[in-house]
Design a protein around this ligand. Structure first.
Ligand code: ATP
Ligand code: MN
Length: 428
């Protein structure tokens, strides 16, 4: 009979009753009752009951759960409570055997800790909760691509192996590159800015690399970033795009991933719009009122963000940071050059995105590089584009993995990344 399916289990509907189909999947349960065998079979789309009469396949009884079989059979109505239909087997092929016991229980009856699950990630993916997280991740990527395309952004792919540190040296991984030192890109920042001179509005969804020594639920050494850069836009414009994108994605998942939400046990609530905008200076005031000793110009520590996150729940923009806390490419405010046209998007204490209006004047950019102890010569390749007609532009980078944790209501990016990389985890 072979291994080709005619249907996914989830596609079995009333119109198929009486028809012959071939399905395949993993045995979740197998019970013998007299001359009958009842199999619960799962594939990526759903679960079905298979009825086997007599000795259709001699070795069926010896199979461990999670072995792979395919069945040619007739679709029929069922009396079983948990199923809408069942398949009466006419022929069964055993395609692959699973060992017993398995290192993690894919049904989730026996809970494994996250490390054990990550060490056996492919098997963990047969756990419906894990699978649902990654189905949602897929939908989020689709959703982001569709709205950005609708807004006339062009998807680009920038290099991940680069010859010089793009935003200063810290947190960079280096590697040997044909006798030279190369680095893994931390962000597409410089390339995406350059692309605005020809493509105007660009976006990228790619992995980037940071040698983060931190052990938190929100930092990985390899993470997925959603980046946009747009010519002729100010930071308020790209904040609006970011807000629209978040609302659109939340709405999409809330409406189109119903089963996944049920399996995970978390309901996606569409956030209220417009998102609150709080300036950095306002935050400093609020923190001092709360008893923290913090002055204008101090960076916000984790403890500060946790306090602010309690006061401003859910999504809010933290805007107008001091220039001295921002990277060299961020532009100042005309009315107060100590302040920048910049923002972070927060979800409570969690930073989801950073963005702003960029400097597009090469002379000012060179001055800023020097002020931040960076060598303009190191940025020659980048700076040359600024002499070719660089439009004013703005953009942001959004952590996809962090966004997903807000959607599925789980507080650790490792849960939403297939094979997370952190200082202690390089394998599998
Ligand atoms: P943090 O202060 O939380 O370490 P950051 O300010 O260094 O983040 P940015 O350079 O602003 O990060 O990067 C833009 C976005 O990319 C962040 O807001 C975050 O969502 C995501 N991001 C950055 N670093 C990581 C990381 N190591 N792991 C996962 N996501 C990250
Ligand atoms: Mn940031």
């Amino acid at each position: 009979m072979g291994f080709v399916k005619t249907h996914d289990i989830g596609d079995i509907t009333a119109s198929l009753v009486g028809s012959e189909i071939t399905v395949g999947g993993w045995i979740e349960d197998l019970r013998k009752m007299g001359k009958m065998t009842f199999i619960t079979l799962r594939d990526v789309s759903g679960i079905s009951q298979i009825i086997v009469k007599g000795d259709l396949n001699e070795s069926l009884g010896e199979l461990n759960r999670q072995s792979v079989i395919s069945i040619r059979g007739l679709v029929q109505e069922t009396k079983a409570r948990d199923f809408a239909f069942e398949v009466k087997a006419l022929e069964i092929d055993i395609l692959a055997k699973a060992i017993h016991p398995l290192p993690v229980d894919p049904i989730g009856r026996i809970e494994s800790n996250i490390d054990t699950r990550l060490n056996h990630r492919a098997l963990d993916m047969r756990n419906q909760k894990t699978a649902s997280i990654f189905k949602i991740r897929h939908h989020v990527l689709q959703s982001l691509r569709s709205i950005l395309t609708e807004k006339k952004f062009i998807e680009i792919t920038t290099p991940k192996i680069i010859g010089s540190a793009s935003e200063g040296g810290a947190n960079l991984f280096s590697l040997e590159y044909f006798g030279k030192t190369a680095y893994l890109a931390q962000s597409p920042q410089l390339y995406k800015e350059q692309m605005t001179i020809g493509l105007e509005r660009v976006f990228e969804i790619s992995n980037f690399y940071r040698a983060e020594k931190s052990h938190t639920g929100r930092h990985l050494s390899e993470f997925t970033s959603v980046d946009i850069e747009a010519a002729f836009m100010d930071y308020n414009d790209v904040m609006n795009i970011l807000e629209e994108l978040i609302i659109h994605t939340y709405k999409d998942i809330s409406e189109n991933c119903i089963t996944e939400q049920q399996v995970i046990g978390h309901t996606v609530n569409i956030p209220k719009s417009p998102f609150e905008k709080v300036t950095y200076s306002q935050c400093v005031e609020e923190l001092n009122e709360a008893g923290e000793k913090i002055e204008f110009g101090d960076d916000l520590l984790d403890s500060h963000l946790r306090l602010l996150g309690k006061k401003h729940e859910g999504f809010f923009f933290l805007t107008d940071w001091p220039m001295k806390l921002k990277p060299f490419y961020i532009r100042e405010k005309d009315e107060n050059p100590e302040l920048s046209r910049s923002f972070d998007l927060q979800y409570g204490y969690l930073e989801l995105s950073s963005g702003g209006t960029r400097l597009h004047n090469p002379e000012i950019l060179k001055t800023r590089l020097a002020e931040q102890d960076l060598d303009p010569l190191q940025f020659a390749d980048h700076l040359q584009a600024f002499d070719w007609g660089m439009p004013p532009h703005s953009g942001w980078g959004l952590g996809l993995d962090r966004l997903l944790t807000t959607l599925v209501g789980i507080d650790n990016v490792r849960e939403v990344v297939l094979y997370p990389r952190d200082p202690d985890r390089l394998k599998p």
